[in-house]
Design a binder for this molecule. Sequence first.
Ligand code: GLA
Length: 384
Amino acid sequence: MSIAGEIKTLFQNKYHREALLIRSPGRINLIGEHTDYNEGYVLPAAIDKYIYLGFAKNNSRKCRVYSLDFGEEESFLLEDMKPRKGWINFVMGVAAQLKQAGHNLEGFDCVFGGDIPIGAGLSSSAALENGVGLGLSELFELHIEKLDLVRYSQQAEHTFAGVNCGIMDMFASMMGRKDQVIRLDCRSLEHSYFPLELGDFQLLLCNTKVAHTLAESAYNKRREECQAGVNKVKEQFPEVKSLRDVTPQMLEKAKGEMSPVVYKRCAYVILENERLITTCDALADGDLEAVGQLLYGSHEGLSEAYEVSCPELDFLVDYTRDLPYVLGARMMGGGFGGCTLNLLEKSSTKGFIASITAAYLEKFGLQMETYEVKVADGTGVFFV
Ligand code: GLA
């Protein structure tokens, strides 16, 4: 049975009602990493890995939520929504945001589950938050705009999950379109869709199966380092509001005022924004070789200047360098684990998976997973 079918049946059996179904995807990011919270550009897309959620009203003030993957039910009262431990935060966090914004919520039951690998950097939490937001909006006929739902998901992550993330993940999951990447300006939220025409090539994710514990603290530290750089540049260029406004020349002028580490971080972000613009041009020209080189450039910056990679990610990227059928590869997402993104020839994918999996097992003693992903539509109501 499909996961959606399973959710529907399980909902019937558990809560004895017909469920409204929502489907919400994970995301990839082609290029533009750690640029979102610097008000720069990102180039993400929703993918064909999903969380499915079933919802129904239960005529009370209590909310019961069952996670198929964890095999457990949690509940909370609408009058008592406070952060706890575990996955319920992603559900309660969004409900709390909706309530705080003045929307009229009542008690509901929810069952959810899916096939987005957890902890792989594919934004399963953003998918869940978006699914909850849209589900509640539909169930209670709140007519909330998708962009507002994206903001509620981000706020839920900040306040209930404690991660000070940018807006990319939830935006991509909610606003994704089949076969298109989204060029998103994270300052204005203006966005345009670019067809991703890969011809004989495809995207493959290699999951390191590691998620180093540094990830969260290092993420917040990078945000602080970027802000420290902005503050120094601002002393000479008061018009600057974020790294988005800083040109390479401005950074050079302020270089003496900041630590070498802060300088490196800022230089990376400025370059990564430029790489993204160049990638869009290369995509428009159908020049996939150039896109591949830009992916490698992004990885080098993330590994050496921004220092958010790890030996497992570096190994997987380095492994591809001399393979003629791989155009480019890089670590994807926040870093310190998760997946690499590979752009490679379709016809060579099978052999590549076999050889890289064996090499990774030999080097780290870890069985990696691979996913051949397709670019898909964003969060929406789903029918089985
Ligand atoms: C994580 C965050 C995003 C973004 C990326 C890095 O996925 O949730 O907001 O900052 O890292 O690009």
